[in-house]
Design a protein around this ligand. Sequence first.
Ligand code: PRP
Length: 206
Amino acid sequence: MLTIALPKGRIAEETLEIFAEIFGGEFEFESRKLILDIGEFRFLNVRNQDVPTYVEYGSADIGVVGLDVITEKELDIIKLMDMKLGKCKVSIGIKNGDELDWSRPDIKIATKMVNITKDYFAQKAVGVEVIKLYGSIELAPLVGLADAIVDIVETGDTMRENGLKVAEDIMESSAHLIANKNSYYAKKEEILSLYEKINSVVSSRA
Ligand code: PRP
């Protein structure tokens, strides 16, 4: 039996489609149900940010989560594979018409991703004040809370529709398959056999 944490929404649906392609049959959460049991698998329907927590504590053996979340949380887990789903970038956004002078001493950056932001600017030896927000990050520069944001850009629509533009890209991200360290050793055969199957679907699509 393998327990698999999936991030609510499109990534969960696309991962379940991969399972349906491998094993046949229907892999779908019933409305509002948080657990889906099918054969040897138990799927958990959790918030994107919470996937690594379930995996790190071993309540899930494996999980699917964005590289951005893995990087932000500096997790003690095993990264198994890039599933090439949910591709996006972590980028710096500023107001259209703005040019940021990184040598300014008082730059404020609003973001959900505090660690990624701090690491990026530390590497560039730029001192910034990082302001933690939990959502609607694009609002911050519009009302003067911050000079710039660091956020996920997928289509670019949210930035565009709010009069922002990408100033720099920090990293590329996509959904990765991760495993709990103990599970990986205790259930190695099961995990590797599933890994092979998922990998063959993912690489046949590339
Ligand atoms: C993310 C991100 C941006 C938006 C980018 O938020 O924070 O706001 O998606 O996507 P786009 O480039 O295609 O417009 P999400 O909708 O995941 O919600 P969240 O703030 O709850 O994480």
